[in-house]
Design a protein around this ligand. Sequence first.
Ligand SMILES: [Zn+2]
Length: 298
Amino acid sequence: MGNLISFSAFSKDARAVTRLYLGPPCRLLLLRLSIALVFCLLCVICPKSSAFGSDAHKVITQIAESQLTEISRRHIRHIASEFSLHELAVWPDRIRGQLAWRKSAGWHYINSKDDEPFNIKPHTRNGNILSALTYYHQRLSDPLLDRQQRMQSLAFFMHFIQDLHQPLHVGYQHDRGGNDISVQWLNEKKPRNLHWVWDTGLLMAAKKTPKQYYVLLNNISENEKRRWQDSGFIDWAMESKLLRARVYEFHYPSHGQLPILDNAYLTKNRPVIERRLLMAGVRLANELNKIFDPDTVN
Ligand SMILES: [Zn+2]
């Protein structure tokens, strides 16, 4: 039984990754010859420390899914085909280490000093999360895309709206969005980095499943929802940037000791990241409704 379950989970992941990544002729060949090897390699080379955790993506996706209109849901189901929206939403983290997609690594974040305006570059390999969001937003509305391009665009669009709500995805270049800051996290034996704490650690400490989090968080007044929706990518980046002050609010010991992020840090900041999950879900749903069901939404 155990083998059967893990085998089917494995196959589904492999299919998702392979299909999104490759064109049709290559895809078939690779599926036949080395699907297992490809998937294992993807898992090994995919960087884990700079990705909003998979559970966070799942909670946001569930919140967004619950707020889609019927028409949007139908369009999106058609694009996603046999894959769940969560599978699509985490796909950009799975492929970012691959040679063909290495160009996408910088699209998951933007670096910005406190006092400088956002530099929204063209969407190239040197682009950032704001240029990528603008690009994929426009792609999703393009009727000329083929099926695979549309699926990829949906995956990137969902993923980047989600990443943008993690404060350290609007980071400082000098510490690579907190990746270079080692910390002692709660009672863990090995050091973590600050980026991991905000991607994963704060939520993980609650010991809740994504489903439990979804039920707990997906509860918002219409007024607040409208207020959150009435804003754009740059506003959301600015909110993340402003939250950085509290992210870095901890004691830096001297003589090479690691900063300790304790229960007080957790208690103070977990509500912040939980709220960001809800905001991301509400906004993602609204953006998708505006694209796929404009008559109902506007
Ligand atoms: Zn990401």
